[in-house]
Design a protein around this ligand. Structure first.
Ligand code: WT7
Length: 652
């Protein structure tokens, strides 16, 4: 055995031999995907069943003023048929979804493909019963229960566009998304058990709908059986409607470019934007990445721990796995309930083969000690995955040795809500990994590193700058819902003819990519994106707040924490009570994930003479890096900086 260079972990011989792609195959397929994308994606598009096969493969432009992305544009298909019906001949009795409830004492469910078909059809016909038609929007505000998957697939089946709102978002955030998409129906549940506590989701929906000006019906799943308030009009129980409708719903013929879903995500400015994903390209790419990146083989049990409220849940709990006829695990609970061994208990119980989670969860569990892991048999695991932020070496080592026993690959997958699927990632049988690097591009992806100020592409292998993508891939987002101009402005205007990711990146001598974090005013809290502007506007909406500035700072578990500087209206006095009031306020405006971790009273904010807040300085203070404040001489009043430094919050 030869010694491997430090920090380089090549695929084991066994992994390479059994994988969908070894090194030679990856090299060959990658080259083919770049040299002739039409031929490559024309061929791989066939992994999906088309009603009317496409004759055109790629028709995409990143040209300024004319950004237009179309894949398989004359093909027609139905995604729900691809995720369900086409498997029925061979897999009717195979488990499609394993559902693990919040409480380990409640029984898990094994839903077969035949049952998935029936449940999805019943849900689809129920939506039709409520008047939902092709092209209509349906908002989902649900716990992690099988009905969330049925609802997504039911929408896809009848051609309705779903927009999932993470159940941890507040009623106000929900109202904005229902209004923003003019949704006809919102699907929710009575309650959502999580970590042993129950939230009353229906209550939040009721509250949200008060602020929705158009007529929106509510379809309610009975999950807990708890008492809930019913509106006088427009509320329906799913189980009641299902008794009246047929269990067969023929899938609607959809064009490849018809929107499949809208998913709101935070940006650097303004309110979250509705990312729109289409049908044909999305499902080709989601299913292909699921198969190759996780090296999924028939009969494997795949577990992605994300919530379906995030894109990870869309692509790698529901669409990718089910399109591949996989068995996918859906977990209602949290990693630490009833204790920090829950993930590993579930892995053992359901014989999980591929496990995909976020560095923030790994760090939180690592901190609880190894005894929670050692109790369980993890010998079915063949692969580990991570997503959401760069993984730090300590967390990587723990994941590798304590969970993977040093024997199985870790795929670090870099991608975004906008990209629909993995863009930078190792294929486990092909690419030697380096802890902390998302390694190399998936098929068809041409990453480039640009010099941030000039926008010049850096051609040398070793490079550092902003990460852009040179050409389109099938699962790329198509537009911002209702605002194509914002789409162009956000992603295609800073660097012309490229897709701008918003991430900084380094490329090493081996051509490996290392994400260095966002270069815009987006922070990454526990793998979730939060726009600083969003939290600021929530804070200033409070009557006692005059001004607020929000930045990220390093946080041991969350990766980044939210640091808020708040200037009060004159006459208002800072107090612990008011601090709590503001925290509660932000929770109710956006949701618990937006609550500032540290909130500092700021008598004044550092501003230029033209009134622009100097965020660079605020970031440095929040990072506790006072030595690197840089030039403060252009400030209108340099003394405010002294005050902010003196009163920096220190508790985590
Ligand atoms: C941002 C996208 C796509 C699913 C989860 C988040 C960061 C994501 C990685 C990774 C380093 C990562 C980036 C990206 N990010 N994965 N493997 N290594 N950074 O989706 O909410 O759209 O956030 O998350 O900064 O831009 P999202």
């Amino acid at each position: 055995m030869t010694d491997q260079p430090a920090g380089l972990y090549p695929p084991s011989a066994a992994m390479a031999a059994g994988a969908h792609a070894d090194k030679a195959k990856y090299d060959e397929m990658y080259a083919a995907s770049i040299n002739d994308p039409e031929a490559f994606w024309g061929e791989h598009g066939k992994r999906i069943d088309w009603i009317k096969p496409y004759t055109k493969v790629k028709n995409t432009s990143f040209a300024p003023g004319n950004v237009d992305i179309k894949w398989y544009e004359d093909g027609t298909l139905n995604i729900s048929a691809n995720c369900i019906d086409r498997h029925l001949e061979t897999r009717a009795d195979q488990t499609a979804i394993i559902w693990e409830p919040d409480s380990p004492d409640e029984e898990a469910q094994h839903i077969t493909y035949a049952q998935l078909h029936e449940k999805t059809c019943l849900m689809a016909n129920s939506l039709k019963e409520l008047g939902v038609k092709k092209g209509d929007r349906v908002v989902l505000y649900l716990p992690m229960i099988p009905e969330a998957a049925y609802a997504m697939l039911a929408c896809a089946r009848i051609g309705a566009i779903h927009s999932i709102v993470f159940a941890g978002f507040s009623a106000d955030a929900l109202a904005a998304r229902i209004s923003g998409s003019n949704a006809k129906v919102v699907i929710t549940a009575d309650g959502a058990p999580r970590g042993g506590r129950v939230t009353n989701l229906k209550d939040s929906v009721n509250q949200a709908l008060i602020n929705v000006m158009h007529d929106c019906k509510c379809l309610c799943v009975k999950r807990t059986g708890q008492q809930i308030a019913w509106r006088s009009d427009g509320d329906y129980w799913l189980h009641e409607i299902e008794e009246t409708v047929s269990a067969d719903c023929p899938p609607e013929e959809m064009n490849a470019e018809d929107p499949l879903f809208i998913l709101y995500t935070s940006g650097s400015t303004g309110m979250p934007k509705g990312v729109v994903h289409s049908t044909g390209g999305y499902i080709v790419y989601a299913s292909m990445t699921h198969q190759y990146v996780f090296d999924y083989h028939d009969g494997d049990v795949f577990w992605c721990t994300a919530d379906v409220g995030w894109v990870t849940g869309h692509s790698y709990i529901v669409y990718g796995p089910l399109a591949n006829g996989a068995t996918t695990l859906m977990f209602e609970g949290v990693p630490t309930y009833p204790d920090a061994g829950r993930f590993w208990q579930v892995c053992e119980k359901h014989k999980v083969n591929q496990f995909y989670t976020a560095p923030t969860a790994i760090r939180a569990l690592m901190g609880q000690g190894d005894s929670f892991v050692e109790k369980y048999d993890l010998s079915d695991l063949k692969l580990l995955g991570t997503v959401g932020e760069p993984i730090n070496p300590e967390a990587w080592n723990w994941y590798n040795t304590t969970i993977g026993k040093g024997k199985i690959p870790i795929v670090d997958t870099w991608w975004q809500t906008e990209t629909g699927g993995h863009l930078l990632t190792p294929l486990p049988g092909a690419v030697a990994t380096k802890p902390g690097s998302a390694t190399v591009p998936f098929f068809g992806i041409q990453p480039v590193i640009l010099e941030p100020t000039t926008g010049e592409e850096i051609h040398e292998t070793v490079a550092e700058g902003v990460l852009c993508i040179k050409d389109s891939w099938p699962a790329q987002m198509r537009t911002v819902w209702g605002d194509h101009e914002r789409f162009e402005k956000t992603y295609f205007s800073d660097y012309k003819n490229y897709y701008f990711t918003g991430d900084g990146c380094r490329r090493d001598a081996d051509g490996y990519y290392w994400i260095t974090g966002r270069v815009d005013d987006v922070i990454n809290v526990s793998g979730h994106r939060m726009g600083t502007a969003e939290v600021e506007s929530a804070l200033v909406a409070h009557a006692k707040v005059a001004e607020a500035a929000v930045v990220g700072y390093p946080h041991d578990i969350k990766g980044q924490g939210i640091y808020a500087y708040v200037t009060l209206m004159s006459g208002e006095e800072p107090s612990d009570e008011l601090r709590k009031e503001l925290e509660t306020w932000v929770r109710s405006e956006i949701g618990p994930i937006a609550k500032p971790d540290l909130l500092q009273w700021a008598p004044g904010l550092p501003k230029t003479r033209s009134g622009k807040i100097m965020r660079r300085i605020l970031r440095k203070i929040a990072e506790d890096d006072f030595g690197a404040l840089g030039d403060t001489s252009t400030l209108a009043d340099p003394s405010v900086v002294e005050d902010l430094i003196e009163n920096r919050m220190n508790k985590q």
